[in-house]
Design a protein. Sequence first.
Length: 332
Amino acid sequence: MTQTITVRDITSPTWTTSPGADATIDCPSEPVFTAPTASDECSTATVNEISDVTTPGSCTGTYVRTKTWEAVDDCGNKSSQVTQTITVRDITDPVITYCPLDIVIECDESEDPANTGQMTATDTCSDPVITYSDKSTPNGCQQIIVRTWRAEDACGNFVTCTQNIIVRDRTAPTFTGCDGIGDVTASDNCSATENITLFYRDNGTTRTWTAIDESGNINTCDQDLSVQASASLVDPVQTNSTLKAEGDILVKAFPNPFEDSVKFLIDIPEAGEGTLDLVNILGQKIQSVHSGKFVKGTNSLEVKLKERQTRMLFYVLNINGKKKSGKLIQSE
């Protein structure tokens, strides 16, 4: 008689070590996986990687990668599956490589970044998109543009920097016709023709023209009346921007409205002693601008208010027995 004993292996391998722990890393680091190990009671256990799946994230450079393993023995018994998942994220801001420097430009120059400077930036995971926004603030006879630059990567991480663009008018008006006969006209790179103060004074055989733009830039030119006498020179037509100043006192205040300082250009036919004061609506003196000598022709004065006043003020000029006054508006 016989006895047959069959020895079989229906037991799955067991895991002796687990795969690496799930982890989250930052782009551009690459995932590093740790495979598990297994053993079997009857034979060798072989660990097989059965899948490696990458799922794209919500933005460039991000993804989730999962590896799956199982162990199998010589008899084909398989273990349970184990996985390790590594998430690659991007939470790092771009890096600014250049923020445009503050710059002063003329009012007729372009404010475009091609002229004022362009921000540059880099990012470790995607190409950053560079944009800017401007906030303009009048400041007397100039304008200050605060340009905020922004570099943003594909995942919404961003970095900013600020550039100040100061727009000024430092160019005096130019004349047409000073060497000719008759009217002289003035033009400016920033002020419209109707906003240029243009006047003249006759001094013997010379007619001196003065042009003042809205920013207080002054230019003068002389016409030789003796040379042109034979051409029957006719006085210029009187307009709002062309004034015969003979015997008159001309006062130009700018900017108006103003912030905390205001400049005065005063043209007088004869030198003398005088005062220029600021008064409130009650006629009370607020501040003295000048007390003393005024030269013949154009006088330039500037005053900064010691403290903010009511919105409406007046200037009062007394010189050579004559009085001239005008209204000033202080910006809120």
